[in-house]
Design a protein around this ligand. Structure first.
Ligand SMILES: *[C@@H]1O[C@H](CO)[C@@H](O)[C@H](O)[C@H]1NC(C)=O
Length: 418
């Protein structure tokens, strides 16, 4: 059940095709354009990029256990990643059902991230083997049967929060009765609602588009509110271990280094990490400290704390190792210590307000620095901007959700499991 080595990702085109359910699908991982699945109704096919190798490894001829978990995965965070990690640990292959934009709009209001972005984020997680991009918002009996028969799912996994249908009945009753339901413990301390709250409270009345360079932020009020929102977040060393690959670089490995804030981990991050990883054998990611991020981006950043940002980066399948609290400037000593062969930086990185020192001076002098084209325009600021643009709608939606979440925390009991 361990996460298989991901070397297959780099084996040319072999990752892009996979025999599944009698269909040969070609889905270039993360290279999916929106038009690829723009035709609603067509994509009932799962996008699968698992290397054939993974599926060939039948253990003692035993069929591999397939588990399914669904969600909107809007404003994807490490809590989602952790839920999927837990789900994966209950089987051998994890199939994720992604709720469509239309269903989210109808049930919760406008999603912050598009299907394309959510798909990139979910498929970028190292525990995910397949994605079904048109899962219903509330699971139906009909869809459950499709999962069992068409997708050969053995177990449906859901968190410990109750999931009721509009008529008040348990959404998973059928699966439970059939003995094909398993539960995981909800990740403490984070939710999309909470993150939206953080963005609204820290960026609230300021104009996001220009103020990350300005001094007009309200650091005191902002940090107070932030403090209140972080009340549930308790980073543990065990969680970091669970997210880690636990492997160092192999002999003669070419080590690539990329650093950044990786705040509000988004599809652009996944894409740049993928490109960086392809330039070597081992990707080392430096995540800047909260102080460094504040200093360079403005006092109301980062939205996510260092440990939260590190977990999001660690959950990405293209990442091998993370430096939790990397220095702003890359020193010669660092390059030697980690045997870094190449330092890369994306083109869509956010501007820094303290430009007097070039953090990449040393690698540039050594001739081991490279600029990578970022294929996506999305940045932390642009995600935050989308939320700000829909401020009122989100505020309303948020107040409603925050109430039910408060209730969840108040009534929460200890649930075993990790
Ligand atoms: C350091 O990296 C280079 C590749 O750039 C590799 O050839 C060399 O073996 C590495 N050194 C060690 C001690 O692993």
């Amino acid at each position: 059940m361990d996460y298989e080595g991901n070397s297959w990702i780099w084996d040319g085109v072999s990752y892009s095709s996979h025999l599944f359910g009698g269909l040969m699908l070609t889905a270039a991982l993360l290279g999916l354009s929106s038009s690829y699945f723009g035709g609603i109704g067509v994509p009932s096919l799962p996008y699968s990029w698992s290397g054939l190798g993974v599926f060939d490894k039948k253990r003692g001829g035993k069929r591999r256990v397939r588990v399914y978990m669904d969600g909107c995965f809007d404003l994807m965070h490490y809590g989602h990643a952790n839920a999927l990690r837990q789900a994966k640990s209950l089987g051998d292959e994890l199939i994720v059902g992604l709720v469509s934009d239309e269903e989210i709009l109808a049930n919760k209001g406008p999603p912050v991230l598009s299907m394309e972005e959510r798909l990139a984020l979910v498929s970028g997680l190292k525990w995910v083997d397949e994605v079904i991009p048109d899962a219903p918002y509330a699971i139906t009996e009909q869809f459950m049967n499709r999962l069992f028969h068409e997708y050969k799912v053995d177990y449906i996994i859901h968190g410990d929060d109750p999931c009721l249908l509009p008529d008040g009945t348990d959404a998973y009753a059928v699966a439970k009765k059939a003995g094909r339901y398993k539960q995981i413990k909800r990740t403490e301390g984070v939710s999309s609602t909470d993150i939206v709250g953080r963005i609204l409270s820290s960026l609230g009345d300021t104009k996001v588009c220009k103020d990350y360079n300005g001094a007009d932020a309200r650091p005191e009020e902002g940090s107070q509110l932030k403090g209140a929102h972080l009340a549930h977040f308790l980073p543990t060393s065990r969680r970091i271990v669970q997210f880690s690959n636990g492997k160092g670089p192999g002999p003669n490995a070419r080590i690539v280094y990329i650093d950044g804030a990786f705040d509000l981990f988004h599809a652009g991050h996944v894409e740049i990490l993928k490109r960086a990883r392809q330039l070597g054998d081992f990707l080392l990611v430096g995540v800047h400290t909260d102080e460094t991020v504040s200093e360079h981006r403005g006092s109301h950043y980062p939205i996510m704390q260092l440990h939260e940002r590190s977990l999001s980066v660690l959950a990405c399948r293209f990442v091998d190792e993370v430096i939790i609290g990397a220095p702003w400037e890359i020193t010669s000593d660092m390059i030697t210590t980690f045997n870094i062969s190449l330092v890369v930086h994306g083109t869509v990185a956010e501007k820094s307000q303290n430009c007097d020192i070039d953090p990449y001076k040393v690698p540039k002098t050594k001739g081991i620095f490279r600029i990578l084209d970022s294929p996506k325009e999305v940045t932390t600021t642009s995600v935050a901007q989308r939320i700000m643009a829909n401020h009122e709608a989100y505020k309303k939606r948020n107040a409603k959700k925050a109430t039910s979440e408060k209730k969840y925390y108040e009534e929460k009991k200890y649930v075993s499991g990790d």
